[in-house]
Design a protein around this ligand. Structure first.
Ligand code: 6GU
Length: 386
């Protein structure tokens, strides 16, 4: 990957020779080229700014030097990145996306911004991204370009020695924050390392870490916890005890249908009471969708198996008027995505005669498992976690 930087403060980029990006350059994975924007001016004073049309405070960066710099530096396949507080928020997903590019050109603005025509022109000759680090204002885009660089370069194949640490870090594990970590000594200034980490029980350690990650996320970044939404932005949220009655109603509607499709009234879900629903709500991780206040869909999952590595998915329910809308598939994808880190495979049951359900599950990567036990009239499907 080649990275170019356009700036009026080339000295800001001295850290590129250090530490992580420096190592990547030494390995030949990346090439950094820093350019002084003033070298693309032709007047005696190397002016890069001028007063804004329409008046107002501050100065605006002139278009001409940027145009000349892009003429020289961009080629087919280049991506031009403007670092600006009015850009799209930078996150791990965007970093991973940019890591697939061959050539990034960072355009670091200063003052009150860059003449808008520079961005218009850039879009005519390259892919353009306007990126912000967050909701605060820096004096210029240089520090932001360095941050984006570091986040991207460490994702390049062959860069990190330990691929697992890429998987485990914050914002990589199902969007959760990272769990707390400890090293020796076991006691320090009266503070203990949690006993579970010294127990030697791998499964227990994994579950503890996942639990800590969820708690931390709930406390510090609740916005990350139930980020799933339908295409129209309708959120998929965790069910509460208050949802029990509506869940029972939805369940009755769906399971009568299931009973008819399978020629059997012998389906336990059909015979559950409100108390039964309240009870399983306490032990299953249950998610629901509301439309105009009405509970229209639900799904639940929980750990199973002696080693708790299976995620049992069930009760995918969609209100009769919304069946066939793709909602069931969205919920199926969602419940897989919220399975704890320990999960290595998914399992679900459906009626042997529920043809439409089975087709959806197969499309989602599930396979029939006649070798595994299923209740009478039902089939088992499983899928390995990717
Ligand atoms: Cl990318 N640039 C500037 N100037 N300020 C910022 C920013 C970028 N992201 C957050 N604040």
């Amino acid at each position: 990957m080649r990275l170019d930087y356009l700036t009026i403060f080339p000295d800001f980029f001295a850290p590129l020779d250090l530490s992580l990006p420096g190592k990547a350059a030494d390995k030949g994975l990346v090439e950094f080229h820093v350019h002084d924007l003033r070298s693309y001016t032709h007047d005696k004073h190397h002016r890069v700014d001028d007063t804004p049309y329409g008046g107002g405070a501050g100065m605006v960066m002139k278009p001409e030097p940027w145009g000349e710099a892009f003429d020289e530096l961009t080629r087919p396949g280049s991506t031009i990145i403007f670092t600006t507080p009015s850009g799209e928020p930078f996150d791990q997903r965007l970093a991973a996306d940019l890591a697939t590019r061959e050539h990034l050109v960072f355009a670091c603005g200063r003052y009150e911004g860059i003449d808008q025509r520079v961005m218009e022109h850039a879009r005519e000759r390259a892919e353009v991204r306007e990126i912000s680090l967050g909701d605060y204002v820096l004096n210029g885009g240089e520090v932001a370009a360095l941050a984006v660089t570091e986040a991207v370069v460490r994702l390049l194949p062959g860069f990190m020695g330990n691929a697992q640490s890429l998987v485990e870090e914050s914002h990589a594990d199902g969007g959760l924050l990272e769990y707390p970590v400890y090293t020796k000594p076991p006691e320090w200034r009266g503070h203990q390392v949690p006993a579970v980490l010294r127990s030697g029980d791998h499964g227990k350690v994994e579950r503890w870490r996942h639990d800590q990650a969820v708690r931390r996320t709930a406390e510090r970044r609740p916005d990350l916890l139930s980020p799933s939404t339908l295409d129209d932005g309708t959120p998929i949220v965790r069910a509460t005890q208050g949802d029990a009655a509506e869940l029972l109603t939805l369940q009755r509607a769906c399971w009568v249908q299931e009973a008819l499709a399978n020629d059997s009234l012998d389906i336990p879900a059909l015979h559950e009471s409100l108390d039964d629903v309240r009870t399983w709500l306490g032990v299953w991780d249950t998610w629901v969708v509301r439309r105009a206040g009405r509970l229209v869909a639900a799904v639940r999952g929980r750990l199973e198996g002696p080693d708790q590595t299976a995620w049992d998915i069930g009760r995918i329910m969609v209100a009769p008027d919304l069946q066939g809308s793709g909602l069931g598939r969205v919920l199926l994808d969602h419940i897989q995505s919220v399975a704890p880190a320990t999960v290595t495979w998914y399992v679900l049951f459906t009626g042997a005669g529920s043809v439409r359900n089975q087709r959806m599950y197969k499309k989602a990567g599930f396979r029939l498992r006649p070798d595994l036990d299923a209740p009478a009239g039902a089939v088992v499907l499983t899928k390995r976690r990717a």
